[in-house]
Design a protein around this ligand. Structure first.
Ligand SMILES: Cc1ncc(COP(=O)(O)O)c(C=O)c1O
Length: 422
């Protein structure tokens, strides 16, 4: 079946109105009917520490066996069973050629509609290897030499380097501000900087890494109006969005911006822990931007998605919601556990409650551990955290902790940190 937006609506609307048990017709070409049933339940299984230490990924290789890693954004859970099955089947049939990632756009459309009630047009989805590649090449395509890109520190460190070293544009930092409860956007600062003629793009991290902030729909509307008033294009990195906690509403930026031109870069990689497989999606609501991106992004970038990554992302988006729900429920419990562990072992550390994902932004200023408490905790607690200052000037005295692990491991991490600080 050839995709058309009308046919999408025909198949999506009954699904949205009457529940989840609807086949997604164009996915049949990928080997049988697909049923995405979010009411199914799935259980998480945790790898043991010994099993985790067998992993060859960055998180588990960078430090020695006496260090517990709680840094890079990888999760410690066993892979979602449907993804594992699909990957094993691909290997068994020696299906390791080039990716055919078009189906991933359709699968993402199913996921976006069922999860967020967002109807996106899969013909405006450009497959890329990973989110940073998508962000970097979107910035190159949409800006000119001399342009500047607004970001909000503290923020995922490669936001700085992608703007400066990949796109060769200037970073304008409008730091998040503290509203008494959590970090939020500084609208006065945004307005001031958007007014500068060289500012042409606003690179948002939504949900926000490292603070775990999920922007409300009304905040995003305000961003969209401000950006439109100054001719600024919003590029939203939404990689953490599938892990928004129950009870918190995530609004995809493109579902808010209407026909104001914008770009979202998203991936199944964080939420299903498949970052090493390389598959992300660049999406726009604007056909001119889509044409520009297709014309300006190098062919190797538009064909950069990995085949196994595309298979895994397809399965994640179409069959992965029960497992994702189990992950998200666990992460919210971990966030609560972290709060009580900090109160017991590290009462001087302040941490705002994340609203999504598995990253905690720990404010260590009251502990006087030096500019980079991560160095202290690595040396004295043998716990590896992300260094706060790498998230921008506002990260001094902070560390980022990854709690996508088992409760026992999180308890051991905070107990060790508390012991070292005593
Ligand atoms: C906000 C954000 N964007 C992008 C990435 C990297 O994604 P990718 O590996 O798809 O480039 C991460 C990884 O943690 C992230 O937190």
């Amino acid at each position: 079946m050839v995709w058309s937006w009308d046919s999408a609506l025909v198949h999506l609307q009954p699904r949205l109105a009457h529940g989840p048990d609807i086949e997604w017709p164009s996915a049949r070409t990928n080997g049988g009917p697909l049923v995405c049933n979010p009411e199914q339940v799935s259980e998480l299984s945790f790898e043991t520490l010994d099993q985790l230490r067998q992993r060859r990924s960055a998180k588990w290789q960078a430090f020695g066996p006496d260090v517990i890693p709680a840094w890079v954004a990888e999760m410690d859970f066993s892979m979602a069973p449907p993804i594992s099955k699909a990957l094993h089947a691909a290997i068994d049939r020696s299906d390791t050629g080039y990716a055919w990632p078009e189906a991933v756009g359709e699968a993402l459309a199913v996921f976006a509609a069922t999860r967020w009630r967002w109807l996106l047009d899969p013909t405006n989805v450009i497959p890329v290897a990973d989110v940073l590649t998508g962000v970097g090449h979107t910035l190159i395509a949409l800006t000119q030499p001399g342009d500047a890109v607004v970001i909000n520190s503290p923020v995922y460190p490669p936001f700085f380097t992608t703007v400066t070293n990949v796109a060769h544009r200037t970073v304008v930092d409008v730091p998040l501000v503290w509203d008494g409860v959590r970090h939020v956007l500084d609208f006065e600062g945004l307005e001031r900087e958007f007014a500068r003629p060289e500012v042409t793009v606003y690179l948002m991290c939504s949900p926000q890494n490292p603070t775990g902030l999920v922007f409300s729909r009304s905040v995003l509307v305000q961003v969209s109006e401000l950006a439109a008033a100054h001719g600024v294009i919003v590029v939203a990195d939404e990689i953490h969005a599938p892990m928004t906690y129950p009870g918190v509403e995530f609004s995809p930026y493109l579902s808010v911006s209407g026909d104001r031109p914008a770009v979202s870069v998203i991936s199944a990689s964080k939420a299903w822990n498949i970052a090493g497989l390389k598959c992300a999606q660049v999406i726009t609501n604007d056909s001119e931007i889509a044409a520009l991106l297709r014309a300006r992004m190098p062919q190797e970038v538009q064909h950069g998605a990995g085949h196994l990554g595309s298979i895994a992302a397809f399965v994640a988006y179409t069959e992965g919601q029960p497992w994702l729900d189990a992950v998200v429920a666990h992460l919210r419990e971990q966030a609560e556990l972290l709060k009580s562990l900090l109160a017991t072992h590290l009462p001087l550390i302040h941490c705002e409650q994340p609203m999504a994902s598995y990253l905690a932004w720990l404010d260590c200023r009251a502990m006087n551990l030096g500019e980079d408490p991560a160095a202290f905790f690595l040396e004295h607690a043998r716990v590896a955290l992300n260094s706060g200052p790498t998230f921008g000037p506002t990260g001094t005295d902070f560390v980022r902790l990854n709690f996508a692990n088992a409760p026992e491991l999180l308890t051991e991490i905070i107990t060790r940190m508390g012991g070292a600080a005593r």
